[in-house]
Design a protein around this ligand. Structure first.
Ligand SMILES: Nc1ncnc2c1ncn2[C@@H]1O[C@H](COP(=O)(O)OP(=O)(O)O)[C@@H](O)[C@H]1O
Ligand SMILES: [Mg+2]
Length: 326
C-alpha cells in the first residue's frame, strides 16, 4: 500500500439508536480518513457520538444501534460488509480497541498470562509455549515485569490493568488501534506514564491510532490531526496545531478555551454556555446555533456544509472568505 492510501476511510457514516421515543442520530454523516502510521484524535463533549463512531468502525454495534448509512473501508475492504468470520479476523489482527473501562473487562478469575495467550492462540498457529513467551514479551513492552503473567487482575493496580489491556490490543500487531478514553479512568500520574509508553510503542510498531478523548490537551500531545464532533457531526478537522492554536469553528474555539494549556500564560478558563441539543429533536439548522455567539439567521435554517478552510475543514456559516483564504 502506498503511503498516500488511507488505512481507514470512514465515508458518510450515520448511526442511529432506535429508542421508544424515535431514532436518535448519534453519528451524523461523518467522513474521516486515517493514514498508515497516523494518529487521529476525536474530541467533543460527552454524548457527541465519539464512542458510537468507534464501535461502528469495528462493526461492534448491535441493537439498539443501527448503522444507517455509509461505508467503513479498511485497506479498501468494507468492514460493514464483512462476514462474521472475516470480522473475527479483522478485529485484533488488523484493528483492536482499548476502551475506557477495559481494565474492568479483564476476567477476574483468569491470570493475566492466560488472557494474553488466549488471544494469541485464538488467532495464530503457535504452540502454548511460544504464545506464553510472546505474552511475556508483550507485558515487558508495556512496562510490566513478565513475572506478572501469573497474577490475577485484582493483584494489579488500575494503571497496570489498563497496560495489560493495551498489551492485549497490541498482541497481534494490528495496523490500527482505536483507543476510546484509554486513560480517563486513571489518575494523572499514571495517565502520563501510559501516554509516554504509548508514544514509544507507536514509534516502535508504527501503527495508526484513533485516539478518542474529551481531553484536548492530552490529545494535542499524541494526535497528528484532530477532529471535533458536535451532536453527532464532525464540525472541524485539522492538524493538531490548527485545532489547538487557531481553531475556526465557534464550538472548537469554545472547547479549546475551556482547557488549560500546559505551557503558556495562566488565563481564566471559559466554558461553553448551554447544553447540546437532544438527538431525538435536532434543530433544522446548525446544531450548535443555540449556544453560538456568532449565529446569524441562516444558522437556524440550514446545516452548514463541512468545507475546506486552508488545509483544514470546518462546518460553520459564520466562516467567510477571509478564513478560507488563510
Ligand atoms: N444504547 C443506547 N441507546 C440510546 N441512545 C444511546 C445509546 N448509547 C448511546 N446513546 C446516545 O448516543 C449519543 C452518543 O453517545 P456516545 O457515542 O457514547 O458519545 P460520547 O462517546 O461522545 O460520549 C448520546 O446522546 C447517547 O445518549
Ligand atoms: Mg464515549
Amino acid at each position: 500500500m502506498s503511503a498516500a492510501t488511507p488505512l481507514l476511510q470512514v465515508r458518510n457514516v450515520s448511526v442511529d439508536y432506535v429508542t421508544d421515543y424515535g431514532n436518535a442520530r448519534a453519528v451524523n454523516d461523518v467522513s474521516l480518513d486515517i493514514m498508515p502510521g497516523e494518529t487521529v484524535g476525536l474530541a467533543g463533549e460527552s454524548g457527541c457520538g465519539k464512542s458510537t463512531l468507534a464501535f461502528a468502525i469495528s462493526n461492534l454495534h448491535g441493537a439498539p444501534a443501527l448503522i444507517s448509512e455509509g461505508e467503513i473501508l479498511f485497506d479498501n475492504r468494507d468492514v460493514l460488509k464483512m462476514s462474521p468470520k472475516a470480522l473475527r479476523k479483522f478485529r485484533w489482527n488488523e484493528a483492536s480497541m482499548v476502551f475506557q473501562s477495559a481494565m474492568n473487562a479483564l476476567n477476574p478469575v483468569i491470570t493475566i498470562g492466560a488472557q494474553i495467550t488466549d488471544v494469541i492462540l485464538a488467532h495464530k498457529k503457535v504452540g502454548f509455549g511460544e504464545a506464553w513467551e510472546r505474552g511475556e514479551a508483550l507485558l515487558e513492552t508495556v512496562g510490566i515485569h513478565c513475572s506478572r503473567m501469573t497474577s490475577y487482575p485484582h493483584q494489579l493496580s488500575g494503571g497496570m490493568r489498563q497496560r495489560v489491556v493495551i498489551a492485549i490490543a497490541l498482541a497481534l500487531r494490528p495496523r490500527l488501534i482505536i483507543m476510546d478514553e484509554p486513560t480517563t479512568a486513571l489518575d494523572v500520574v499514571v495517565e502520563r506514564e501510559i501516554m509516554d509508553e504509548l508514544y514509544a510503542l507507536k514509534k516502535e510498531f508504527g501503527f495508526s491510532i484513533l485516539f478518542i478523548s474529551h481531553d484536548l490537551s492530552l490529545m494535542g500531545e499524541i494526535a497528528d490531526r484532530i477532529g471535533i464532533m458536535y451532536a453527532g457531526r464532525l464540525v472541524e478537522l485539522g492538524t493538531s496545531s490548527e485545532i489547538l492554536s487557531s481553531p475556526v469553528h465557534p464550538y472548537t474555539k469554545g472547547l479549546v478555551a475551556s482547557f488549560p494549556t500546559i505551557h503558556g500564560p495562566k488565563v481564566r478558563l471559559e466554558g461553553i454556555p448551554g447544553n447540546p441539543p437532544s438527538l431525538l429533536d435536532l434543530p433544522t439548522g446548525c446544531a450548535f446555533a443555540e449556544r453560538c455567539s456568532q449565529r446569524t439567521e441562516i444558522c437556524g435554517k440550514a446545516v452548514p456544509d463541512l468545507v475546506p478552510y486552508g488545509s483544514r475543514i470546518a462546518a460553520c456559516h459564520a466562516l467567510g472568505p477571509k478564513e478560507s483564504a488563510a
